[in-house]
Design a protein around this ligand. Structure first.
Ligand SMILES: Cc1cc2nc3c(=O)[nH]c(=O)nc-3n(C[C@H](O)[C@H](O)[C@H](O)COP(=O)(O)OP(=O)(O)OC[C@H]3O[C@@H](n4cnc5c(N)ncnc54)[C@H](O)[C@@H]3O)c2cc1C
Ligand code: SF4
Ligand code: SF4
Length: 424
């Protein structure tokens, strides 16, 4: 007969927290750990060398419960389980994920169209949700006038606050730190969230084990993302324009008629407006490695786990020369019901789009992240490096050898591990 031995409380090994995730180069800086830690033991700070956010754990507060590790999308994402959780089925497309419908659209408010990135679809959807009483607040990200190069996320509770957050911020933002406010809000209050694919992954992982959070977040708006830009990129772009970081009074990454939109930098009392594409090319200067390392390991292009995903309108423009229109994917019954609920408000101009054409467009212009990752995985495994563990049926099927993809993967691998500055 065997007897179970009970480890005395004080001798129990601590469960893993997310300390190793950053050290292993797997952190995406989403902030989910900081927003959800039951002991408030985690905060996000900027790693100046890498130009991204990183979590820091207060060891006096950490109880070693392992909650942060469980919900962290940095080390692993089970897309099969989370797709079932969020859409009730498995995705039909490697690039687009699971969808019920595809459209392109924009706000019918011209002023709002102008202040947003590509038609103001996201902002208008949130305003409709608020005005219809579907939500009491929305997790959004706006510029911070006290710290112009570090946008801040907050819960917007009025139309004006939602509009103040319009426009993409092409830099790291630990959006999910604000989940703390949603967690602490009164039971029964309902919220929408807006996030990049990695941020939505964190939210879904947290909802999977936190029923209260799941009940409070009634609408997930995801935004497409090929990669982020680290703060080194912003610094380099400003430098090439002859502007020092400390001179900057405000930076609007993208607004105006799309495509391509404009970028506005206010410094030393002077306003400088440049074509957005010109600024984007300055951001992406190769010499400073402006793409966060972790983005090279990301396999989600279209925020697959959102209820509705929105991307910039290059597709609508290239297909039909339509300006100021974003493209949208309705993924599940939540997204579909929401679009029906707000249709009578007549605030959004919506036209149906062809998902197959969108898929081809994304593949041609941005590539298939999952396919790219599979090639990269070969090199990562060969060298025994740490990599995120993903469950997705699109990573399982056999692939044919492709010379160009192998060279691209090798280059990515070299950029990641030979030339990178070590994560402290
Ligand atoms: C880093 C980044 C990369 C992107 N890459 C692509 C891409 O490869 N392909 C593509 O089609 N589209 C991409 N987009 C999305 C695109 O730029 C627009 O944000 C999107 O089309 C929505 O436009 P809109 O006019 O409807 O949004 P708006 O009405 O302008 O609203 C934008 C919303 O995005 C939120 N937001 C802004 N910045 C961030 C941020 N950094 N993190 C989280 N939330 C934020 C704001 O809270 C706001 O609610 C990217 C966006 C970002 C921030
Ligand atoms: S939850 Fe997000 S911020 Fe925290 S360690 Fe994981 S990836 Fe990084
Ligand atoms: S590429 Fe992926 S990890 Fe990087 S910012 Fe976009 S969604 Fe997040």
């Amino acid at each position: 007969m065997t007897r179970e031995f009970t480890v005395p409380e004080g001798l129990k090994p601590k469960m893993s927290n997310i300390k190793s995730v950053y050290a292993d180069g797997l952190c995406m800086g989403c902030g989910t750990c900081a927003g959800m830690c039951p002991s408030n033991a985690i905060m996000m700070i900027v790693d100046q060398k890498q130009g991204v956010y990183r979590p820091v754990i207060d060891s006096n507060k950490c109880t070693g419960c392992g909650y942060c590790y469980k919900i962290c999308p940095g080390h692993s994402v089970d897309f099969e389980e989370l797709n079932k959780f969020s859409t009730g089925r498995q995705p039909q497309s490697s690039i687009l994920g699971s969808y019920l419908g595809c459209f392109n659209g924009c706000s019918m408010d011209n002023e709002l169209c102008y202040v947003s990135s590509s038609g103001g679809l996201v902002t208008q959807l949130l305003i409709c949700a608020l005005e219809k009483g579907i939500i009491e607040g929305a997790l959004v990200t706006s510029a911070d006038k006290d710290n112009p190069l570090r946008p801040r996320s907050f819960i917007a509770r009025t139309k004006e606050e939602i509009i103040s957050a319009a426009g993409a911020k092409y830099c790291p933002v630990p959006v999910n730190v604000m989940l703390k406010e949603i967690r602490n809000a009164q039971p029964g209050l309902k919220f929408a969230v807006v996030g990049l694919p990695c941020q939505i992954q964190g939210i879904r992982k947290a909802e999977l084990i936190n029923d209260e959070l799941k009940k409070k977040i009634v609408l997930h708006l995801g935004i497409f993302c090929t990669h982020g830009i680290n703060f080194r990129g912003t610094r380099a772009a400003l430098k090439r324009m002859g502007i020092k970081e400390k001179q900057v009074e405000s930076l609007r990454y993208r607004f105006g008629d799309f495509p391509p939109g404009k970028t506005l930098i206010k410094f030393n009392g002077v306003e400088k407006v440049v074509d957005h594409l010109e600024f984007w090319n300055l951001l992406l200067t190769r010499r400073v490695n402006a793409i966060p390392d972790r983005c090279r390991l990301c396999i989600d292009q279209t925020a697959e786990l959102a209820d509705i995903s929105v991307g910039s309108g290059w597709f609508a423009y290239k297909a039909n020369k339509q300006i100021n229109r974003s493209v949208g994917l309705i993924r599940n019954i939540v997204g579909k019901t929401f679009m029906q609920q707000i249709s009578s408000a007549n605030r959004i101009d919506v036209l149906p789009s062809n998902p197959e054409a969108l898929e081809l467009f994304e593949e041609k212009h941005r590539g298939d992240k999952k396919c790219r990752y599979r090639y990269l995985l070969f090199f990562l495994k060969l060298s025994g490096r740490k990599y995120p563990v993903y469950q997705s049926r699109f990573l399982k099927s056999k692939i044919k050898f492709d010379f160009k993809m192998s060279i691209e993967a090798l280059k990515n691998y070299l950029r990641l591990f030979l030339f990178r500055k070590k994560h402290a």
